[in-house]
Design a protein around this ligand. Structure first.
Ligand SMILES: [Zn+2]
Length: 354
């Protein structure tokens, strides 16, 4: 199917063959991007999106498992499931060449006229008209990261929903056009990052979240306490210029990153920490704002060809996966914040086990 004829198909039951289908085979079971709208005892739906990135399989595996466990019994809550980029899933890639990333095209996107944005708008309008109880967008990532959730609004219902997944919560405003950017305008919404793809523990964790959201009548109403959460905010997104080369094994390149860079995620890195070396004095990383919309601080200096942090920071999603770096970024840079949204001074250095 070409990007110009992206058709949304809506099912009112579980499509035949869906529950036992591997992500790479979904294109044989579904005609294209699909909404599966299943009734439940509580009519206000839970919205779940999976496979916005075609090579991130925990979401679809978790939904399949949750529905298998339920068998023929009616769900406790109506479930509206969006199965996104099955064409990319067939080839086990995040996004196909020529496609726009399915998680950059939701209302609020910078590219509202591409076919993927029209599809996302259709899905969003369908869900919004049915007043979702909550929204889950389920992803994997490629480096060594703890499981964590992301929220766009620092408000109690969003924190309560995120807390159902775990205590590590990232607040971010960029990039634009992400699923939770749109859904946060109509209901409590989280993106969950379930670690590396293909792991049973990733799927199990996502199943638990889906089942919790289907079974509870209300989100916990008691305020989330500062002791319950480890709250961080994305302040910057670090990209590699598209023309630049990079390596992780010290082979000559514009950026020669340290080989263990993907082990640094969620560590409190002090100023002076090296990310590696640059190949020439003119080579620079692109650092774009992740929080305040148009300003970003300097995070790196390049003295003597060394790429060093100029301030303490906590990175996320550092990866050695070249495709992920090219299509998304090298990493996100975060600082710890309080429930009031104010930055907190760095604590004792620690590393979250992943
Ligand atoms: Zn993703």
């Amino acid at each position: 199917m070409s990007a110009t004829d992206l058709q949304l198909t809506i099912f009112d039951r579980v499509p035949d063959g869906f529950l036992d289908c591997r992500p790479t085979e979904l294109a044989k079971v579904l005609p294209g991007p699909s909404l599966i709208d299943l009734p439940g005892r509580h009519p206000q739906p839970l919205f779940v999106s999976v496979l916005l990135h075609g090579n991130e399989d925990s979401g679809v595996a978790a939904v399949q498992e949750a529905l298998r466990r339920h068998g023929a019994r009616e769900l406790q809550r109506r479930l509206i499931l969006f199965v996104g980029n099955i064409a990319a899933a067939a080839l086990n890639v995040r996004t196909l060449p020529g496609q726009t990333d399915y998680n950059r095209v939701w209302p609020g996107t910078l590219t509202p006229h591409v076919p993927e944005a029209r599809l996302a708008r259709q899905v969003f309008d369908y869900a919004a008209a049915r007043r979702p109880f909550a929204s889950l967008d389920i992803h994997n990532n490629t480096g060594f990261n703890p499981h964590y959730s992301c929220i766009r609004r620092l408000e109690q219902p969003f924190l309560s929903l995120a807390r159902l997944f775990g205590q590590t919560i990232v607040h971010f405003r960029r990039p634009l056009g992400v699923q939770i950017g749109a859904f946060s305008t109509i209901c409590p919404a989280v993106t969950v990052e379930c670690g590396k793809t293909g792991s049973v523990s990733s799927t199990t964790h996502a199943v638990e979240l889906i089942e919790a959201c289907l079974s509870i009548a209300h989100l916990p109403s008691h305020p989330v306490s500062p002791h319950d959460v480890d709250l961080l905010r994305t302040y910057a997104i670090v990209k590699i210029p598209s023309h630049a080369s990079f390596s992780f094994d010290d082979t000559p390149a514009d950026f020669r990153f340290r080989s263990d860079i993907d082990q640094l995620n969620f560590s409190e890195l002090p100023a002076g920490t090296s990310f590696g070396r640059v190949g020439s004095s003119a080579t620079r990383l692109e650092v774009v704002p992740g929080a305040e919309l148009d300003k970003v601080e300097a995070y790196f200096d390049y003295r003597d060809g060394n790429i060093r942090l100029t301030q303490g920071v906590i990175p996320a999603m550092l990866t050695r996966d070249a495709a992920a770096i090219r299509q998304d970024c090298l990493c996100y840079l975060m600082h710890r914040i309080g429930l009031d949204g104010e930055p907190r001074p760095p604590g004792k250095a620690r590393h979250v086990e992943v």
